[in-house]
Design a protein around this ligand. Structure first.
Ligand SMILES: N[C@@H](CCC(=O)N[C@@H](CS)C(=O)NCC(=O)O)C(=O)O
Length: 197
C-alpha cells in the first residue's frame, strides 16, 4: 500500500516520518508542499488546517498529523515502539528531539523569514538556550544506534538538522556520546536515503 505524504524536502519532521517509513517498509507518495507560516500551499492547508508538514493521507482519506502521530501510526506493532516503561521513555525522548527542532525552526524563521529590521537577538538566544539544554539531556540519555527506537530516530533527525542548518555549531565537541551515536545511525539506509540536499 502506498500512502500520500504532504512534504517539504528540508523539513526535519518530514525526515523523521520518511525514516520511520523506511524502517517499517512503508512506501510513501511524496506530495511537494510549501510549508511556511506566511505562504502555505492551499492543498496543504486543506489537508492540515495548521498548514504544516508532515501530513499523511491514509487509503480511506483520513488525514494524520503531526509527526509523532504519523510515526506512531507507521510504527505500530514494530520494535520502534517498545512496551512498558521503555515506551514512555522513548516517547519522551522523541518529544525532547522534536522540541529541539521547534527551537531550531523558530530561529530559522526569525533569521530567514522575518524582515531583518524586526529580528530579535534576545529571542534567538532564548531558542538557542533550549537547543543547548536539550543536547545536554540527550547526551545523558544514552541513545542506542544499534537497535534504535522512535526516541533514537527522532534524536538523530534533530542532530542532523543542526548539521544541515547550523553547520558552524559544533555540538559534537561537547557531546561525545551523541557524536558516536550520530555516526552509527547515519550509516542506516533509512538515514542515507533521506539526507536533504
Ligand atoms: N509539531 C509538528 C511540527 C511541524 C512543522 O513545524 N513543520 C514545519 C516545516 S519544518 C512547517 O510546516 N511549518 C509551517 C508553519 O509553521 O506554518 C510536527 O512534529 O509535525
Amino acid at each position: 500500500m502506498v500512502l500520500d505524504l504532504f512534504y517539504s524536502p528540508t523539513s526535519p519532521y518530514v525526515r523523521k516520518v520518511c525514516v520511520v517509513a523506511a524502517e517499517t517498509g512503508t512506501i510513501l507518495n511524496l506530495i511537494p508542499s510549501t510549508a511556511n507560516p506566511v505562504t502555505p500551499s492551499a492543498d496543504l492547508v486543506a489537508a492540515n488546517p495548521l498548514g504544516k508538514v508532515p501530513c499523511l493521507r491514509l487509503a480511506d482519506g483520513e488525514l494524520l498529523y503531526d509527526s509523532p502521530v504519523i510515526c506512531r501510526y507507521l510504527g505500530q506493532n514494530s520494535a520502534l515502539y517498545p512496551t512498558g516503561a521503555a515506551e514512555w521513555r522513548a516517547l519522551r525522548r522523541e518529544a525532547l528531539a522534536d522540541g529541539l527542532l521547534d527551537a531550531a525552526i523558530l530561529i530559522r524563521y526569525e533569521t530567514h523569514i522575518r524582515p531583518e529590521d524586526r529580528q530579535w537577538q534576545g529571542w534567538i538566544d532564548g531558542q538557542m538556550a533550549k537547543i543547548r539544554a536539550a543536547l545536554t539531556a540527550m547526551e545523558a540519555d544514552t541513545p542506542n544506534g544499534a537497535q534504535p527506537d522512535i526516541g533514537d530516530l527522532a534524536t538523530a533527525c534533530a542532530l542532523f538538522y543542526l548539521d544541515f542548518r547550523f553547520p558552524r555549531f559544533d555540538w559534537r565537541g561537547d557531546h561525545p556520546r551523541l557524536a558516536a551515536f550520530a555516526e552509527t545511525v547515519a550509516a542506516r539506509p533509512a538515514f542515507r536515503d533521506t539526507r536533504p540536499d
